[in-house]
Design a protein. Structure first.
Length: 342
């Protein structure tokens, strides 16, 4: 009796998405990962973190916000609903990657990694509400969202390349400098979460626990790492120019430098204007763009060729070897000798 097909196999038999469709589905998950970060920031900046005071319900007696909860309940509940939208886009990516022929298991596995990151962050979001906006858990919430954005960028990149072994396009010292830049940027983002956890925007109008640090001193440390990242970016750009690297690699570094400078301007504006909510929200959006730009620099320095596709062996049970085109043709049969005359 033949094995029953799972739903993904049934879909794959009836739908063959193009490579372009899979690529766009992967890009959509990247966009949604940025949207979820920005809307999560909006929840904090509008003091709607406890707009729904419990989880997974919005109140102890209602799944959705009630009229007396006002705008804060609507904002918090709306952010929760975006999780389902993000799941829908990720599900579309998983199905499209599975239905695409030939099946690339690497894409579907990365898609499932995105799904489980979304589920994990949803649970952490619930814990944040139940613990009254614990700043340490809030920071982990943002970092997990950054991990989701990272995996989304990897999927998008992998959808545009093959499954062959990665091959570096730059010398090892350049690659090491790039990884140092990636590490410094991650540290910058981590310190940024500490600034948020100790700063004035607690996420709710009521008094909630904050990280017991001087947020201005942490902000100065954050600024110091901004200069470190800027210096590493400039060093990488001059290095690529010196070794005459291809234009795509230099363009990726130039894009990163432009995003960093713009983000720095926004950071100074928000600091000297007393951290207005709108500017802080733009700064959070900028942090996503910085991380995306850093990953693009990293991805531009290597390539993955497509794997060679094996020849179709033909129907099952047919073991005849396929002759190469250059094989000599079979010799023509010799004519039979003429019959002797009598």
């Amino acid at each position: 009796m033949p094995n029953s097909l799972n739903p993904f196999e049934l879909i794959a038999r009836r739908w063959q998405p193009s490579a372009r469709f899979v690529e766009r589905a992967a890009l959509a998950t990247v966009v949604m990962a940025v949207v979820i970060v920005v809307t999560g920031g909006a929840v904090r900046l509008t003091e709607s973190g406890l707009g729904c005071d419990t989880w997974p319900r919005c109140t102890s007696g209602s799944l959705t916000p009630t009229a007396d909860m006002g705008i804060h309940g609507a904002i918090e509940f709306g952010n929760r609903m975006l999780t389902y939208v993000l799941c829908a886009f990720t599900g579309l990516l998983i199905i499209a990657a599975r239905a695409r022929q030939p099946w690339r298991r690497s894409l579907t596995r990365l898609g499932w990694a995105q799904f489980w990151l979304i589920m994990s962050n949803a649970i952490i979001g619930g814990i944040i509400v139940l613990t009254g906006l614990n700043p340490y858990i809030v920071s982990s919430h943002f970092l997990l969202a950054t991990a989701l954005l990272t995996v989304g960028m990897v999927v998008w990149q992998r959808s545009r390349e093959g499954d062959g072994a990665p091959r570096d396009l730059v010398a090892r010292p350049v690659r090491q400098l790039t990884w140092l830049l990636v590490g410094a940027t991650l540290t910058l983002i981590l310190i940024g979460t500490v600034v948020t956890g100790s700063g004035p925007h607690a996420g709710d109008a009521r008094e909630v626990h904050r990280i017991p640090l001087n947020w201005q001193e942490i902000t100065q440390l954050h600024v110091d790492f901004v200069y470190i990242v800027l210096g590493l970016t400039a060093a990488l750009w001059f290095t690529l120019r010196a070794v005459k690297a291809p234009e795509p690699q230099r363009r990726a570094v130039r894009d990163l430098l432009a995003v960093l400078l713009l983000q720095g301007v926004i950071g100074y504006v928000q600091y000297f204007t007393g951290l207005p909510e709108v500017v802080v929200g733009i700064h959070m959006f900028g942090s996503c763009l910085v991380w995306i730009a850093v990953l693009r620099v990293l991805f531009s320095q290597r390539e993955r060729p497509a794997l060679a596709v094996a020849a179709d062996p033909g129907p099952a049970g047919d073991h005849e070897a396929v002759q190469p085109d250059s094989a000599p043709a079979d010799p023509a049969p010799e004519p039979e000798p003429a019959a002797s005359s009598r």
